[in-house]
Design a protein around this ligand. Structure first.
Ligand code: ZN
Length: 344
């Protein structure tokens, strides 16, 4: 038994010496073969246990196993040290840490949001407050207070999503005109961007959800010229300093007189022809506008003889289609990064 312990000590001594000299993977592998291989020193020593008296064999096996366990630990430690040294040397050799990395994929502001911010920003600079309203509204705010009483044919034109007999998803941002006028006294100047909903079938030009931006100015002595001035300024912001606007007579229950607003096409300068941006008309439709109807002012307990105001409501998607020359409204809602990158 003492002979086996002595032999084991000698083997361990040779192992330690060889391990301290091992400088690479190949040397470590050679070491494994020399000591633990088929005819390695440890393997042969294990086989010699069979020649011992049976009573001594378990103890001999345990001595060898303990030593082998510590040898294997040493081996793994040296191997880990070699690997990290090799990694460090390769890092210094082949990788230029000053080389520019690949550009990370950056997001961008969605075109609908950006357009909303341009318009809101323009009015904010002119003293308007940006206000947001609920998307679910009672019919009073959507219709009654806006001079569209129950039974009025204009209600049908809004094609609304009704949630109950009196609650609906707002089909326009105009309810916030009413909420604002209920809470404040003139002068009032607000801009209301937000989502609206109508039961439109989805196609290249329509969506059941869309964005509007609403403007309202009510004060003493406000007239149509103020509206024209503000919208002309807004269009130069959107389409450049040379842009201009035109009004076309129209009808809305909540304004009198009412007008559709068009911006002169910035691409063809109003010439039309085969222009892609305006579809050949020379003009880009923005939406409806007009002087706030006296009935609406009276509903708010304002005296139409004392105060007057204008309002407008423009569809953001409709403007975005033109401004960014996009052929299908659905592209704005698909969140395809390739599409959004083009409009950055
Ligand atoms: Zn054009």
């Amino acid at each position: 038994m003492s002979q086996l312990a002595q032999q084991l000590g000698e083997i361990k001594g040779r192992f330690d010496a060889a391990l301290s000299r091992a400088a690479d993977d190949a040397a470590l592998e050679a070491l494994r073969v020399a000591f633990f291989g088929r005819i390695g020193e440890i393997t042969l020593l294990r086989r010699s246990i069979g020649k011992l008296p049976p009573a001594e064999r378990p103890t001999a096996g345990k001595i060898i196993n303990d030593t082998v366990a510590s040898m294997e630990e040493q081996l793994s430690a040296v191997q880990a040290k070699l690997e990290s040294a090799q990694f460090a040397s390769e890092l210094g050799k082949d990788i230029d840490v000053t080389f520019p990395s690949t550009e990370p994929a950056m997001g961008s502001i969605h075109p609908i949001r950006r357009l909303t911010e341009i318009i809101s920003g323009y009015f904010e600079r002119h003293g308007f407050a940006v206000v947001l309203g609920p998307e679910v509204e009672p019919d009073y705010y959507n219709f009654d207070a806006l001079n569209i009483p129950a039974g009025h044919p204009a209600r049908e034109g809004f094609d609304s999503f009704w949630l109950t007999d009196t609650l609906l998803l707002r089909p326009h941002t105009s309810p916030m005109q009413i909420r604002t006028m209920q809470q404040h006294q003139p002068p009032i100047a607000v801009i209301v961007p937000g989502k609206c909903y109508r039961r439109d079938a989805v196609d290249a030009r329509h969506s059941y959800m869309f964005h509007q931006v609403e403007g309202l100015l009510v004060a003493h002595g406000i007239h149509f010229g103020h509206l024209k001035a503000m919208l002309t300024g807004m269009c130069s912001e959107l389409f450049g300093p040379e842009s201009s606007i035109r009004f076309r007579p129209s009808y809305f229950p909540f304004t009198e007189p009412s007008a559709e607003v068009d911006a002169r096409c910035p691409l063809c300068k109003g010439r039309g022809g085969s222009c892609r941006m305006c579809g050949g008309s020379g003009w880009i439709e923005l939406g409806g506008s007009g002087m706030v109807h006296p009935n609406v002012l009276r509903e708010m307990k304002y005296d139409p003889e004392v105060v007057s105001g204008w309002a407008f409501g423009f569809g953001i998607e409709r403007m975005a289609l033109r401004r960014y020359d996009v052929d299908d409204i659905r592209r704005f809602f698909e969140n395809d990064p390739a599409f959004l990158r083009q409009l950055r």
